[in-house]
Design a binder for this molecule. Sequence first.
Ligand SMILES: *[C@@H]1O[C@H](CO)[C@@H](O)[C@H](O)[C@H]1NC(C)=O
Ligand SMILES: *[C@@H]1O[C@H](CO)[C@@H](O)[C@H](O)[C@H]1NC(C)=O
Ligand SMILES: *[C@@H]1O[C@H](CO)[C@@H](O)[C@H](O)[C@H]1NC(C)=O
Ligand SMILES: *[C@@H]1O[C@H](CO)[C@@H](O)[C@H](O)[C@H]1NC(C)=O
Ligand SMILES: *[C@@H]1O[C@H](CO)[C@@H](O)[C@H](O)[C@H]1NC(C)=O
Length: 515
Amino acid sequence: MRLETGLLTFALPSLAATGGIQTKITAFEEKCLQFRPEGSVRNSTRTELQFVKAGGRVALSDNDPSCNTDSQAVTADMCRVALSISTSNRSSITYEMWLPEDWSGRFLATGNGGIGGCVAYENLAYGTAHGFATVGTNNGHNGTNGDTFYQNEGIVADFGWRSLHTSVEVGKKLTALFYGAAASKSYYIGCSLGGRQGIHAAELFPGDFDGIVAGAPAVDFNNLYSWRARYFTITGAADAPSFITADTWRTTIHYEILKQCDGIDGATDGIIEDPTLCKFQPETLLCGARKEPGDCLTDAQVQTVTKVFSNYLWSNGSLLYPAMQPGSEMAAAGGLYNGKSYGPSVGWFKFAVLEDPPWDPASFTTDDALVAGRKDPGGIRTWPSSLAAFEGRGGKVLTYHGQQDQQITSFNSIRFYEHLAGGMGYAPERMDRFYRFFRIPGMGHCGSGPGAWAVAVVDWVEKGMAPEALVGTKFVNDTVDAGIAYQHTHCKYPAKSTFKGGERNPREVGSWECI
Ligand SMILES: *[C@@H]1O[C@H](CO)[C@@H](O)[C@H](O)[C@H]1NC(C)=O
Ligand SMILES: *[C@@H]1O[C@H](CO)[C@@H](O)[C@H](O)[C@H]1NC(C)=O
Ligand SMILES: *[C@@H]1O[C@H](CO)[C@@H](O)[C@H](O)[C@H]1NC(C)=O
Ligand SMILES: *[C@@H]1O[C@H](CO)[C@@H](O)[C@H](O)[C@H]1NC(C)=O
Ligand SMILES: *[C@@H]1O[C@H](CO)[C@@H](O)[C@H](O)[C@H]1NC(C)=O
């Protein structure tokens, strides 16, 4: 029987949560409403100050419609502060700080996604629910399309690095001011672009954080955006001979990928444990004597599949960005392979790289990729060959990548690990002291939520309990209340989760080991 290859979610253990006492709430509410952060932050204007009770919702009526959120549920009593902070004469950030009454003494900064300008309100809520004084920003602009990058270096610099760093400097200062004590430890959590922001912070501002959770990091950012832009030129539009429908990706191609690769790990369970071992041969699907029309691929379509699963190369043959990993096609069919230009790449190239708003994404070539790499808007690339200063201060990085990521190939996180380890001259055992990378079979792009990671990085930083392996939980119908479908051990790179074989049930945690 085939398993659903949906996302794996994690149980959310709580760090610390004690109930508030009625009289304390009043005092806290008063303290909140008397807070005047703008007096302590240069060039800032206060836009929000409110006390929010557990069980309430924060209304976000000003939030850009493309951010798709007009309110956020809150599960802890907290004080919400928002500032507008100018960062240059033509740029400013929207800064949100949520201060829980039951403060654990810790500080947490959150990141963003895509090329967006959307505050990660759900992570602010997660942070305050677990006792962190938590900050987030709009990364220097509102909405998701990036048009304000156009001829505005201030906004591009905010997006590249300045917004997050500013929020940390301001956030630590205001934490001390509000609670009367400095934060004991400083953490960061983000995925995708947010993962990149975490790695970049470790490189540029090694003192900003003690612990960083960097999920599916969008490192080597310019080349990632070129890789994404290229999909439209591979698939063509929906009427092109090279185009493949979502249905064909999800049935014909996905089944053949599983047929060729699911059993490599010893367990035919619908999940490719290690996609690096899957050398998919799409030629077996070529229409011919054996194949029914509708269940086979034309020559042009076979070429599309071959390109999708091949490394992306510069014209001189060296690597631009690694191949998409097989196994992600169920989700990628409706995304990168959908026969439309990829919105965030279009915005990045039009407004930040080429500064050419009428640019036609169908014309994309490696020449554009070259411009992106040379220009490196806002210094965004993020490809450090050392994080020695961060490590030297005792900093820890916990990174993970879903092995069915349909937005950023997980092969790039392996490539980055090897690049960093090589640059620092570290063997994996040495890397383990400060940088641990977990591959999560069966998980799509940023599909896990912050829970397990935040707990693991806090334990590592504060108790020296470094995560060895993480147990992921797949809930029935991806619904926690519906109960556990199965659990799986996720191994620390370079180890991989290996089926012990025999009559064991691949859905049992004990049937696998990290080797
Ligand atoms: C972003 O939106 C906020 C309202 O949510 C507004 O105050 C701010 O000026 C906007 N920023 C930019 C750069 O347009
Ligand atoms: C901040 O305000 C000062 C004046 O108070 C001004 O000189 C400076 O340019 C401003 N900085 C930014 C980043 O806007
Ligand atoms: C904004 O600052 C830049 C340099 O930081 C300067 O060249 C420009 O004249 C300033 N623009 C305005 C409107 O003050
Ligand atoms: C190939 O071209 C890319 C892009 O111009 C360049 O970065 C790379 O160094 C080149 N590789 C070799 C081996 O010359
Ligand atoms: C899971 O969802 C399906 C369809 O949404 C439903 O038919 C089924 O009963 C659900 N299973 C459980 C255990 O909730």
